[in-house]
Ligand binder design. Structure first.
Ligand SMILES: Cc1cc2nc3c(=O)[nH]c(=O)nc-3n(C[C@H](O)[C@H](O)[C@H](O)COP(=O)(O)OP(=O)(O)OC[C@H]3O[C@@H](n4cnc5c(N)ncnc54)[C@H](O)[C@@H]3O)c2cc1C
Length: 536
C-alpha cells in the first residue's frame, strides 16, 4: 500500500551538493538527484509493486497483475493525452510545437533543430554514436505517437530470431490474438481506401503488385468509423489528412492508455503517477528495491524528490530508458551482480524511412493515413523484411509530390551501451554498417522497385541514422529469462522492448513486445504471485 512515511526538505548546502538530510540530520548522497540550489520536498513511499513506464510492456503488466489481485503503482515521466472528436491535444507534424519534444531531449530531430520551450512533450531523441533512437513519453508510451502498424511475424522468421523455448504455437494461439483483441485491430475499409484522400495508398499497392511483390492491408488499432466520419465532415480531419502522425486528436485509436491502462485502472488496484521520472534504481541490503524519482512540472523542473521502496520492480521504461537505468545501476554499484550482458545486443530493427518523390504521380496534397498497405517479404527467414507506405500531411499548402515509404527487417549488427560517468548516463554505440546487409540487399532494392525509375528516393537515415524501433539491451537469454526476470535479481523484471533480441522478426515491435509480455505475465502470475508479489 502507498503511504508517505517521512517528509524532509533539502536545505542550502546539502541541496546544492545533491544531498538530502536523513532523519538524524546527517547529509547523504542521493543517486540521480543532481545538485541544485532550490529546495524541494523529499517524500518516502512504500509499495508492493512498482512498474516504471506505461507503454506496451507496462500496460500489459499492470493489467494482468491487477487481474491477479495485485496492487500496482505505475511511474510515468510524461503526461496524459486525452482525445475526442475535434480535440487539439496533439501537435501537428507539419507545424510542431513544444508538445512534440520531451524537455531534456536532444533537440536535433531528423537533422532539424527544434527550439521549443521545455515541455513534457511526446518524443525523446536519444543520440548515440551512429544512431539516434526516438522514444515516446506519456501515458500510453509509444502507442500515443506510433502509426499503429500491428504485425505478427511468421513462424519461420520468428523461429530464426527468437529463442525456440518460447513456444510459437502458444504465442500464435493465445498471446498474439489476445493483444489483437485488446487493441481491436482492424484493416482500413475499402470504402475509405477508395476515397480521393487515399490515392497514395492505392498508388503504393498498385506499384508494389506490378513489381511482383506481396501486398496486404496492415492491421491497425483503429476504429476506422472515425476516418469515415471525417470524410462526411462530422469532425475535423485527423486520419484523413495525414496530420495524426504524432497522435490522433479525434480519438478512435486504441492506444495503450485507453485500453490496457484504462482497464487496469478500472480494477481499482492500479495507480498511475504521471510526471514521475525514475533517475536511479538500487537494491537494498534486505533484497527489496529502492526507486529514486524526480517529480517534475510540465517544464521539467523538479518539484519533489521521491524515494520509493518496493518488493518487486518492473522496468517497462522502453528499450533505451530501461537499459540506461540498468547500466547506471551496474556502473555505480547500486545493484551488485547484474548480468554482464546488460547494454549488449541492441538492434535498430533496420528501421529506415524514405521520402518518395515523383513529379508525375498524383500522390495528392492531402494524404489519408496513417497506414493502409504494406509488402511483407518474409519467405526467406534469414533475409526477411517489410516495406510500408505512410502518409505525410501537406506542408503549409505546398504539394511536395512526395510520400513516405518505411522499411524494416533484421539487421546483423548489434550495438552496445557505454556508461559515461561525466554525464551519469549510458550512451549507445552502434556500428556504422550495422544495418548494411539488410539495407543494401533487401530494403533498398525493393523500395526502388516500388518507386520506379522516374522517382527520387531520399533515404533519411543516410542523412541522420535513426530508428523508431530500438530493441534489446536486457535481452531474454542473456540478461533475463524468457519471462523478463533479471537473472540473479529476485523481484527485478524487464518487460518491454529491452527484453527483445535486438529485433522483432521483420515486423514493427509493438505486437511482439505486447505478446511476449502477455506470455510472461501468464507465467509470472502462476509462479511469482504469493512469493515475489503479494496480493492486495
Ligand atoms: C513515431 C513512432 C512511430 C512508431 N510506429 C510504430 C508502429 O506503427 N508499429 C509498431 O509496432 N511500433 C511503432 N513504433 C515503436 C513502438 O512505439 C515501440 O516499439 C513501443 O512503444 C515500445 O514499447 P515499450 O513497452 O518497450 O515502451 P514504450 O511504449 O516506449 O513505453 C515506455 C514508457 O516509459 C516511460 N519512461 C521512460 N523512461 C522513464 C523513466 N525514467 N521514468 C518514468 N517513466 C519513464 C516513457 O515515457 C514511456 O511512456 C513507433 C515509435 C515511434 C516513436
Amino acid at each position: 500500500m502507498q503511504h508517505v512515511t517521512r517528509r524532509s526538505f533539502l536545505t542550502g548546502a546539502a541541496a546544492a551538493a545533491g544531498l538530502v538530510l536523513t532523519a538524524g540530520g546527517a547529509a547523504q548522497a542521493v543517486p540521480g538527484i543532481p545538485a541544485r540550489v532550490n529546495t524541494v520536498p523529499l517524500t518516502h513511499e512504500e509499495h508492493g509493486v512498482v512498474v516504471v513506464g506505461t507503454g506496451f510492456g507496462g500496460g500489459v503488466t499492470a493489467l494482468r497483475l491487477a487481474q491477479a489481485g495485485i496492487r500496482v503503482h505505475m511511474l510515468e515521466r510524461g503526461i496524459r493525452w486525452p482525445t475526442g472528436p475535434n480535440a487539439n491535444t496533439f501537435p501537428r507534424v507539419d507545424n510542431p510545437d513544444k508538445r512534440f519534444l520531451w524537455h531534456r531531449s536532444n533537440p536535433e530531430v531528423f537533422g532539424r533543430r527544434l527550439a521549443f520551450e521545455p515541455y513534457t512533450g511526446l518524443v525523446e531523441a536519444v543520440v548515440g554514436e551512429n544512431m539516434t533512437a526516438l522514444c515516446a513519453a506519456g501515458v500510453g508510451g509509444g502507442s500515443l505517437v506510433y502509426q499503429g502498424m500491428s504485425l505478427q511475424p511468421s513462424e519461420s522468421v520468428f523461429a530464426a530470431n527468437f529463442p525456440g523455448e518460447l513456444d510459437w504455437g502458444l504465442l500464435d494461439r493465445v498471446h498474439y490474438p489476445r493483444v489483437a483483441q485488446m487493441l481491436r485491430l482492424a484493416v482500413a475499409p475499402d470504402e475509405l481506401v477508395a476515397s480521393p484522400n487515399y490515392a497514395t495508398s492505392r498508388i503504393f499497392a498498385e506499384r508494389a503488385r506490378n513489381a511482383g511483390l506481396p501486398v496486404d492491408k496492415i492491421p491497425m488499432p483503429i476504429d476506422w468509423n472515425f476516418a469515415l466520419a471525417e470524410l462526411r465532415g462530422e469532425m475535423a480531419p485527423a486520419y484523413t489528412d495525414g496530420s495524426g502522425a504524432m497522435g490522433v486528436n479525434n480519438g478512435g485509436k486504441h492506444s495503450v492508455d485507453v485500453t490496457y491502462i484504462a482497464e487496469a485502472e478500472a480494477t481499482g488496484l492500479v495507480t498511475v503517477a504521471t510526471q514521475h521520472e525514475v533517475t536511479d534504481i538500487e537494491r537494498r541490503k534486505d533484497g527489496r528495491w529502492t526507486v529514486h524519482v524526480n517529480h517534475i512540472d510540465t517544464s521539467g523542473t523538479v518539484v519533489e524528490n521521491k524515494i520509493l521502496t518496493t518488493d518487486a520492480l518492473v522496468l517497462s521504461a522502453g528499450t533505451m530508458n530501461t537499459t540506461r537505468l540498468l547500466m547506471k545501476a551496474a556502473a555505480k554499484g547500486l545493484v551488485p551482480d547484474l548480468p554482464e550482458g546488460i547494454g549488449q545486443g541492441w538492434g535498430s530493427n533496420a528501421d529506415r524511412i524514405y521520402l518518395w518523390t515523383n513529379l508525375e504521380e498524383e500522390f495528392g496534397l492531402v494524404q489519408g493515413g496513417p497506414v493502409v498497405y504494406g509488402s511483407k517479404n518474409w519467405n526467406d527467414p534469414h533475409a526477411a523484411f517489410t516495406v510500408i507506405q505512410a502518409s505525410i500531411p501537406g506542408f503549409h499548402g505546398i504539394d511536395m509530390r512526395s510520400t513516405v515509404m518505411v522499411g524494416f527487417g533484421v539487421s546483423e549488427g548489434r550495438g552496445h551501451f557505454v556508461y559515461d560517468a561525466g554525464r551519469d548516463d549510458a550512451v549507445l554505440r552502434w556500428p556504422h554498417e550495422g544495418d548494411s546487409s539488410v539495407q543494401t540487399g533487401c530494403i533498398d532494392p525493393t523500395v526502388r522497385r516500388i518507386a520506379g525509375e522516374r522517382s527520387i528516393l531520399t533515404d533519411t537515415n543516410a542523412i541522420v541514422p535513426s530508428t523508431w524501433h530500438p530493441l534489446g539491451g536486457a535481452s531474454m537469454g542473456t540478461v533475463c529469462d524468457l519471462e523478463g526476470r533479471v537473472l540473479g535479481q529476485r523481484g527485478l523484471y524487464v518487460l518491454d522492448g529491452a527484453l527483445m533480441p535486438g529485433n522483432t522478426a521483420a515486423c514493427n515491435p509493438s505486437m511482439t513486445i505486447a505478446a511476449i509480455v502477455e506470455r510472461a505475465l501468464d507465467d509470472i502470475v502462476a509462479r511469482d504471485v504469493g512469493t515475489v508479489f503479494r496480493a492486495a
